[in-house]
Design a protein around this ligand. Structure first.
Ligand code: NAD
Ligand code: TYD
Length: 375
């Protein structure tokens, strides 16, 4: 095998797309999916590639330093793409300890295992850490009605073509995380950079905007709301629904990860996003219209499901990524227009009700009911 790489969190949403891309595109790489299979990890996400000869699944906790070190030795691992994390802001507000444990201690444990195994022999090695735009904090909404964004990408080139402020997250911004989730991701990013600066480990960090697409756990806005609209359940919109997120189709993120893993410069940070800002309430209306149309209901019939609920504590107002560095230096750009991506995503969830039912049964349903019963 030409390379032997570990992808952590490969049974989760983004990780499963990255694993699929690497297994299919690089038959001469050994791709090891290391995942603890928490509530968010699901091997059904990878059924189509599970029997490929260059794929291996290992159920392991990233905090298991001895286990990770032995796996690296046994498999002669020369690259790590690290996605495993606790990823849901609402859960981090309820239970910050788990986020510190997995996102901070887990990342440190992986870094230390890689340092021990590679032992200063950095040639051809790479530790690539996947992070989020949420570490930069929140941007102001200086243009609530929206203005033309400074750049257009394929993702943002549809009818809705707006930016809600003149400032964007750039790679040189100071970190200002607000939620326990983003604080834990920020901390892990600092550890990754510290391992480069202190030991010379060849690291890369990327910070991506909100992803959407197939296989996202239906506790996040888009899949949760698609499922609720289908079953005519209330849509719990936090605050006034005015918060802005910058959305990227998950396969475009996976393609960026591929390019950056192979061509990105050591010790660099790259922001990933498609200049595709949307207010939550506008996305929710698109989702209602799309689900209704695809289910043969009158378009917009389910608007009355919108239910404004108490705002999320510390709810960041606006995220907007400036990805010009990545586009300029490595030639990446989104391949899919948002309207097309949303249509594909809604169709996927409507066609995969069994997957949704499997991942949301049992413990998750109890958690969801406890989150929303008093609102
Ligand atoms: P996810 O919650 O869908 O999946 C996380 C995966 O990590 C799951 O398979 C889970 O089983 C695994 N995992 C959790 N704890 C583990 C542990 N201790 N050891 C081993 N495996 C463990 O997350 P996602 O949305 O796919 O996000 C993946 C990464 O991308 C995260 O690091 C996240 O911070 C980052 N990110 C996500 C988004 C987004 O919009 N989802 C945007 C930018 C960055
Ligand atoms: P989410 O998908 O949880 O991603 P993040 O918080 O990491 O951006 O939420 C996206 C936006 O949708 C965010 O502004 C919070 C909002 N939201 C709701 O209004 N209601 C919900 O039930 C959820 C899950 C999110």
């Amino acid at each position: 095998m030409k390379r032997s790489i570990i992808i952590t969190g490969g049974a989760g949403f983004i990780g499963s797309h990255v694993v699929r891309l690497f297994v299919n595109k690089y038959p001469d790489y050994k791709v090891i999916n290391l995942d603890k299979l928490t509530y968010a990890g699901n091997l059904d996400n990878l059924k189509d590639i599970q029997d490929k000869p260059n794929y291996k699944f290992v159920k392991m906790d990233i905090c298991d330093f001895d286990g990770v070190l032995k796996l690296m030795q046994d498999e002669k691992v020369d690259g790590i793409i690290h996605l495993a994390a606790e990823s849901h802001v609402d859960r981090s507000i309820k239970d910050p300890f788990t986020f510190a444990q997995t996102n901070v201690m887990g990342t440190l444990s992986l870094l230390q295992a890689a340092k021990c195994y590679w032992d200063g022999n950095w040639e051809g090695k790479r530790f690539y850490h996947i992070s989020t735009d949420e570490v930069y904090g929140a941007l102001e909404m200086t243009n609530p009605e929206g203005i033309k964004p400074p750049f257009t990408t394929k993702a943002s080139s549809g009818e809705h073509h707006l930016a809600y402020g003149s400032k964007f997250f750039t790679e040189d911004l100071k970190y200002q995380p607000h939620s326990p989730y983003s604080a834990s991701k920020a901390s892990s990013d600092h550890f990754v950079r510290a391992f480069h600066d202190t030991y010379g480990m060849p690291t890369i960090v990327t910070n991506c905007s909100n992803n959407y697409g197939p296989y996202q756990f239906p506790e996040k806005l888009i899949p949760l709301f698609i499922n609720n609209i289908r079953h005519r359940k209330p849509l719990p919109v936090y605050g006034k629904g005015e918060n802005v997120r910058d959305w990227l189709f998950v396969e475009d993120h996976a393609r960026a990860i591929d390019i950056i893993f192979h061509k990105g410069k050591i010790a660099e940070t790259y922001n990933i996003g498609g200049f595709n800002e949307w207010k939550n309430i506008d996305i929710i209306k698109v989702l209602i219209n799309t689900v209704d149309r695809l289910l043969g209901r009158p378009e917009g019939a389910d608007m009355d499901l919108i239910t404004y609920v108490t705002d999320r504590a510390g709810h960041d107002l606006r995220y907007a990524i400036d990805s010009t560095k990545l586009q300029r230096e490595l030639g990446w750009e989104p391949s899919l227009q948002f309207e097309e991506g949303i249509e594909r995503t809604v169709r996927w969830y409507l066609d995969h009700q069994e997957w949704v039912d499997n991942v949301t049964s049992g413990e998750y349903q109890k958690y969801y009911d406890s989150m929303y019963k008093n609102r």
